[in-house]
Write a protein that binds this ligand. Structure first.
Ligand code: HEC
Length: 160
């Protein structure tokens, strides 16, 4: 019995080692300052601080990879979330969005944070710093409204 258990543990260990060589790659593409959200719009230091601590890990190129993101199979889930998050919304590439897309994303940001859907629930327990207070949600929402108004205004100016 002991022998079987020992063999099983060795096999499990080998499988875990082999797993480390597979799965998606972690990336932190270079940040081009002309493409970030700060290049396209004014973001108050307050809003920047909230987004940096609560959203940037999955919605920018400035991901801080935690230690467990280096260990398969957990890394596969983490990298997948980051790739998926960046694809949906990327503050490092915000300035490349057209105004229509910006407005839609702003609306979605407001909805997601007010519903408590973002930051992702699975993320918060290991990143308590990312938890949004009612005041944080209010600050972010107000910013999205102001920014959408600003975009609508510049639309109507360019239409004249
Ligand atoms: C742990 C990773 C993670 C964090 C942190 C995170 N998100 Fe997300 N976010 C995702 C993923 C993955 C998706 C795409 C799948 C989905 O909609 O659930 C997403 C989708 C979104 C969408 C929807 C975009 C669309 O096109 O549908 C918005 C808006 C959003 N996030 C805003 C935020 C904001 C704002 C924060 C910070 C307050 C944040 N997220 C923090 C992972 C994250």
């Amino acid at each position: 019995m002991k022998k079987i258990l020992k063999r099983l543990l060795i096999i499990l260990g080998l499988v875990l080692i082999v797993m480390q060589f597979f799965g998606p790659a972690k990336t932190n593409p270079a940040v081009d300052a002309t493409k970030t959200i700060h290049a396209a719009t004014t973001v108050s230091p307050e809003v920047t601080a909230i987004m940096t601590r609560a959203c940037y890990d999955c919605h920018s190129h400035q991901t801080q990879w935690p230690w467990y993101s280096h260990v398969a199979p957990v890394s596969w889930f983490v990298i997948d979330h980051v790739n998926d998050g960046r694809q949906h919304l990327n503050f490092s590439e915000w300035a490349t969005y057209n105004p229509k897309r910006m407005k839609r994303k702003l609306e979605e940001i407001k909805e997601e944070v007010e519903d408590g859907a973002m930051p992702l629930k699975s993320y918060v327990p290991l990143h308590p710093n990312a938890k949004l207070s009612a005041a944080d949600i209010q600050t972010l929402s107000a910013w999205t409204v102001a920014e959408r108004q600003r975009l609508a205004q510049s639309d109507s100016l360019s239409a004249q």
